[in-house]
Design a protein around this ligand. Structure first.
Ligand code: GUN
Ligand code: FE
Length: 423
């Protein structure tokens, strides 16, 4: 259906400073995009099919900027460890299994179903080093109707033998996926995915940066998540000023659209470089708590105009739900505020909501807001069970974030198309 109207209590954030609320209003969608929001339906839209959700909330779909699909079976496991031992003990053994397409299919179908359930309409995903199961994951996202960037992981050093690729093959297989998938779908696209500096030789990073530039493909990786990891990068690359400069040298730092997960220990220079190169930070508070990584100073990034979104970071993170990640981001920022003698102000509710919708959505283009021309990714929320007293909309959304769950989400749209539970 090309044109339709939704009626309900509409709330979104076009900027992080405040919620925009339209109670009992009409949202008009044409060709997958938002046309406008009206308190009275104008004459020209009166013959459009009307979906009446009076009394329910209509909000943007959630955007998960960072998760690892093959780690889904490990959710909740090994979270008494720190990053590097956790990778060796839990993550690499699990990721070694994805040469088996049957196993991959079982895991990925459960993950996509659960992403749908929690209202994530767009996700930026690491797969494993395996080419065929990466393609399978992309095909399964396409079948689901959800939006995703999916990256085959690249690693040619410092990992277990089963996951160590030859440099040449790693680059060739990445190129093969780019060629096959770059124009296949509007909603599911490849992303270049060097795991992180410690597992990628300079030759590999150079090859991947060349692919990024030649094909105009985006990039994702990890940056400054853990103190031992940062020290390791310094030992491996003493010739570079800092961690970010390694990626930057190889055209993997904003030369094409780029996301860096975590960014807890960035220097001021690294933050400035992210701002200058428009590199997105994916803030993953659950993961940062679980792996005792630290607390990202998210306010510094916002003040320096670095684009920021939220990530579940499954399975360093143990929670797939972006509204729950929003709440954790507020909690983390409040601890940071205390830790800095009340210097770095905590996130407000509207800021957290912005990060999990338009903040991350901007990586996909005009996504994550209901401003005119935005792709209509929307959720209908039945929050009747959450409210004992009547509340204004900006408080109903807080209730949903902190006290609601996937059962409150009754309808999902991606780019103007209603998405049903994936098979
Ligand atoms: N750094 C390198 N690989 C990973 C990973 O799989 N998860 C997290 N949280 N950090 C990483
Ligand atoms: Fe990660």
């Amino acid at each position: 259906m090309n044109k339709f109207v939704l009626k309900g209590d509409i709330i979104f954030t076009s900027n992080r400073d405040n919620f925009e609320t339209y109670e009992d209003s009409y949202l008009v969608v044409e060709k997958g995009k938002v046309v406008g929001i009206y308190s009275e339906l104008e004459e020209q839209y009166r013959d459009y099919p009307l979906k009446d959700y009076t009394g329910k909330m209509i909000i943007p779909g959630f955007v998960d900027l960072h998760l690892h699909a093959p780690q889904y079976p490990n959710i909740g496991l090994g979270l008494d460890k720190e990053l590097l031992p956790w990778l060796d003990t839990y993550t690499f053994p699990e990721e070694s299994k994805y040469g088996d397409l049957e196993y991959a299919k079982k895991v990925y179908s459960k993950l996509i179903k659960d992403l749908w359930a929690v209202g994530t309409t767009r996700a930026v995903v690491f797969s494993s080093i395996h080419k065929e199961s990466t393609k399978l994951l992309m095909d399964m996202f396409m079948d689901s109707g959800l939006g995703a960037y999916v990256g085959k992981v690249n690693m040619d050093r410092n990992t277990v033998p089963k996951l160590t690729e030859s440099t040449e093959r790693s680059i060739l297989e990445t190129e093969e996926i780019i060629l096959e998938y770059k124009d296949k779908s509007n909603l599911v696209k490849p992303i270049i995915t060097p795991r992180f500096v410690p597992t990628c030789s300079m030759e590999l990073m150079k090859g991947l940066g060349d692919l990024a530039i030649n094909y105009g493909v985006p990039v994702q990786s990890h940056l400054s998540e853990n103190t031992s990891e940062v020290e390791w990068v310094q030992e491996l690359h003493p010739e570079f000023l800092d961690y970010a400069s390694v990626y930057n040298e190889y055209n993997l730092f904003g030369q094409t659209n780029t996301i860096m997960a975590h960014c807890i220990y960035n220097t001021d220079e690294e933050i400035k470089l992210m701002a200058n190169n428009n590199v997105f930070a994916a803030h993953c508070p659950y993961s940062n708590f679980n792996l005792s990584s630290g607390i990202m100073p998210v306010r510094k990034f916002l003040d320096n105009k670095v684009p920021v979104g939220l990530g579940s970071d499954i399975s360093g993170g143990n929670c797939l739900s972006i509204p729950k990640v929003m709440a954790a981001a507020v909690q983390a920022s409040k601890m940071k505020w205390l830790e800095t003698n009340r210097e770095l102000a905590p996130l407000t509710s509207s800021e957290a909501f912005f990060l999990g919708t338009k903040g991350g959505g901007s990586f996909f283009g005009k996504v994550g807001s209901f401003e005119e021309g935005y792709e209509f990714d929307g959720l209908v929320i039945d929050d009747a069970n959450l409210n004992i007293k009547k509340l204004p909309l900006e408080e109903r959304i807080q209730k949903f974030i902190y006290a609601g769950d996937h059962r409150n989400i009754i309808i999902r749209y991606v780019k103007g198309v209603e998405i049903f539970e994936p098979k």
